[in-house]
Design a protein around this ligand. Structure first.
Ligand code: ADE
Ligand code: ZN
Ligand code: ZN
Length: 266
């Protein structure tokens, strides 16, 4: 996602944090965050080229197939296992379990990376095809503007919604998503939160969902140089809204499990 997508995911997550998790997040946030998790959620994109090793941690790609397999798809360009968005979520989650103990990890950075990558794994094209770099090399026109398919899903659909539906206000869009979570989506949340894995996350499942949305919605009926307009926008924006909401709920779930759990098993 772009900056706005990440902020919205984290504003939703903040609302669903338990008391203990909210307190731990407060303690870990840098001074500059002003006590709000959402302000640090775009941070990983700012350090993406400075911490060059972190660049592949934003995504995972498949060999042009509509399924995700960790052992096949979660690696960087040097073939190092775990160096993808799913491995990163599990790694930073594991680091955060050392909260309250003596640790050499910078848990402030672990939290900022985790909050960003849980957002990214829900952007369908962050689990896309290797050949087109998750849509980055597919040139399209978004209405009259030239861009690429990846950017349409990171930014353009959200921008068009904010402009056309939400009075140019991201906060109004966040409020609408929160309202939907207590209304139309309220019966779905239990299923979104269904994750049997005790200490690891269910990021692998979220990646599988994303490649399915990529195949069935993002890539569907798209080719080089195509113009995407109302037909595409009105059939795809509901997917974007659902993925932002799911990301927020699941980020809260992961943080609540980390910081609420009894620490007996270490
Ligand atoms: N670079 C290469 N593949 C990518 C993807 N799926 N998402 C974002 N950046 C990428
Ligand atoms: Zn992206
Ligand atoms: Zn990212």
């Amino acid at each position: 996602w772009g900056k706005e997508g990440h902020i919205m995911v984290c504003k939703i997550a903040e609302k669903y944090l338990s008391e203990k998790a909210a307190a731990a997040v407060q303690a870990l946030l840098p001074e500059s965050a002003g006590g709000e998790l959402s302000t640090v959620c775009p941070w990983a994109d700012q350090v993406r080229w400075h911490y060059h090793w972190s660049s592949p941690l934003h995504y995972a790609n498949t060999p042009q197939v509509c399924n995700f397999k960790y052992s096949r798809d979660c690696h960087n360009s040097r073939g190092e296992q775990g160096m993808c968005v799913v491995g990163a979520i599990n790694n930073y989650t594991e680091q955060l379990y050392s909260y309250g103990q003596k640790t050499s990890y910078n848990l402030t950075e672990s939290l900022m990376f985790l909050a960003h990558f849980v957002g990214d794994v829900h952007q369908p094209l962050h689990v896309g095809y290797e050949d087109d770099e998750g849509g980055n090399t597919i040139v399209v026109h978004w209405y009259r503007r030239k861009t690429n398919l990846h950017h349409v899903w990171d930014v353009s659909i959200i921008d068009t919604e904010i402009k056309d539906f939400y009075n140019k206000s991201m906060d109004t869009m966040v409020e609408a998503l929160k309202t939907n979570l207590t209304g139309g989506w309220s019966d779905d949340i239990t299923q979104w939160e269904n994750c049997e894995n005790k200490r690891a996350t269910c990021a692998n499942d979220y990646a599988i969902e994303s490649i399915h949305y990529s195949c069935n919605y993002a890539y569907k009926d798209v080719e080089q140089d195509i113009t995407l307009g109302d037909d595409y926008f009105f059939t795809r924006y509901p997917v974007v809204e659902k993925r932002l909401a799911q990301a927020g709920i699941r980020l809260a779930l992961i943080l609540n499990r980390i910081f609420d759990g009894d620490k007996v098993d270490d």
